[in-house]
Design a protein around this ligand. Structure first.
Ligand SMILES: Nc1ncnc2c1ncn2[C@@H]1O[C@H](COP(=O)(O)OP(=O)(O)OP(=O)(O)O)[C@@H](O)[C@H]1O
Ligand code: SF4
Ligand SMILES: [Mg+2]
Length: 325
């Protein structure tokens, strides 16, 4: 059974120009113990999806429709007090750029202890012991707990952020670009850490990244987001071997390491503004095979092959073809 079910979720930012439809009818499920990747270009709504799952949208954003069922309970209906308890205890997040959010004037260990005491009814001594244990689990020597953030490297700070997110042993962890600011070797170490923690804590993980190589390395399934919507969702092997959406095809073909010597693709243009997104299929202004129906009618997000969902009018014609030649 899925631990998290997201149904027709819509989260908008209400600005002077109108509603920014950052998450616009998103549906997916997160299975117990799996890692689901959420990928797509900048501004496609990945972080907003994460904030909406935690019912933590910054002003002027709010959830306007849909459900977020955590073990069957709809988080969108929870009062702020109830949500504060669920957040972190049951569903936790490593925020985008979070390692720079550590308090520079507090020792690392004290910051973790503060988080523990906020969420658990235990003594300060017990919280310090727990802090040392969790530092060990994420591969930071507990004797470094008395250090300040500036004495840590980027990779170590990110480990500390992961420790903080996991210290309450949540069921679901959302990691928003956890490795983007790190160099390649440290990135690999942090990914490995996430994978080992997942097995240890039976975690279900949503891994947000614009980096498809990271997805290939670390995820079981992947959802590709474009302009506030999921356009393709399947297991990682299917996505890399027989993707069905031209956008996915373009993204994969734009990463040198994924396709070896084949000619690289540059998807023209940029993702659209989301106050008035393009009519029909939102990708049509950039799609090399768009037809009239694409301009006039929004494609349904549907299961085209077993457990392979896609929103494209011409998906059935795409199998195995490179539409970006
Ligand atoms: N506080 C806000 N107020 C208004 N619009 C916002 C706000 N935060 C995000 N948006 C808009 O919502 C859309 C989705 O943004 P989001 O940050 O979710 O994208 P993302 O996929 O996480 O991008 P990135 O890869 O750059 O992190 C964008 O059009 C963005 O401009
Ligand atoms: S629906 Fe049309 S425009 Fe959209 S991705 Fe498919 S072919 Fe391209
Ligand atoms: Mg983001």
């Amino acid at each position: 059974m899925a631990v998290l079910e997201v149904n027709n979720l819509k989260a908008y930012f209400f600005i002077e120009a109108g509603a920014v439809k950052a998450v616009d009818d998103v549906t997916f499920a997160l299975e117990r113990g799996e890692t689901l990747g959420l990928a797509g270009e900048s501004g496609c709504g990945k972080s907003t999806t994460a904030f909406a799952l935690l019912n933590l949208l910054p002003y002027p954003g709010r959830i306007v429709d849909g459900e977020v069922l955590l073990d069957g309970e709809d988080l969108t209906k929870k009062e702020p007090d109830e949500m504060r308890k669920i957040r972190w205890d049951e569903i936790s997040m490593v925020f985008q750029g979070a390692m720079n959010a550590l308090n520079p004037v507090l020792r690392i260990g004290d910051q973790i202890v503060e988080a523990i005491i906020l969420h658990e009814n235990i003594t300060t001594d017990e919280a310090y012991r727990k802090m040392e244990d969790i530092l060990e689990v994420v591969g930071v020597d507990p004797t470094r707990a008395t250090n300040y953030p500036h004495e840590f490297s980027g990779g170590m700070k990110q480990r500390v952020m992961i420790a903080m997110a996991l210290v309450t042993e949540p069921k679901v962890l959302i990691a928003d670009e956890p490795t983007t600011a790190l160099d390649v070797t440290v990135e690999a170490q942090v990914l490995k850490l996430l994978q080992s923690l997942q097995a240890k804590f039976q975690l279900s993980v949503i891994l947000i990244t614009h980096d498809l190589a990271t997805i290939a390395e670390a995820c079981d399934r992947v959802a590709i987001m474009y302009a506030g919507q999921i356009v393709e969702l399947a297991d990682v092997v299917s996505i890399f071997k027989e993707r069905l959406h031209p956008y996915t095809e373009g993204l994969i073909r734009s990463v040198p390491s994924l396709l070896g010597t084949e000619k690289l693709v540059h998807i023209p243009g940029a993702p659209p503004g989301l106050v008035t997104p393009p009519s029909g299929c939102r990708f049509h202004p950039r799609c090399p095979i768009a037809t009239d129906i694409c301009v006039n009618q929004e494609p349904k997000f549907q299961e085209i092959k077993e457990k392979h969902f896609v929103a494209c009018h011409h998906a059935d014609q795409l199998w195995g073809k490179n539409v970006w030649k």
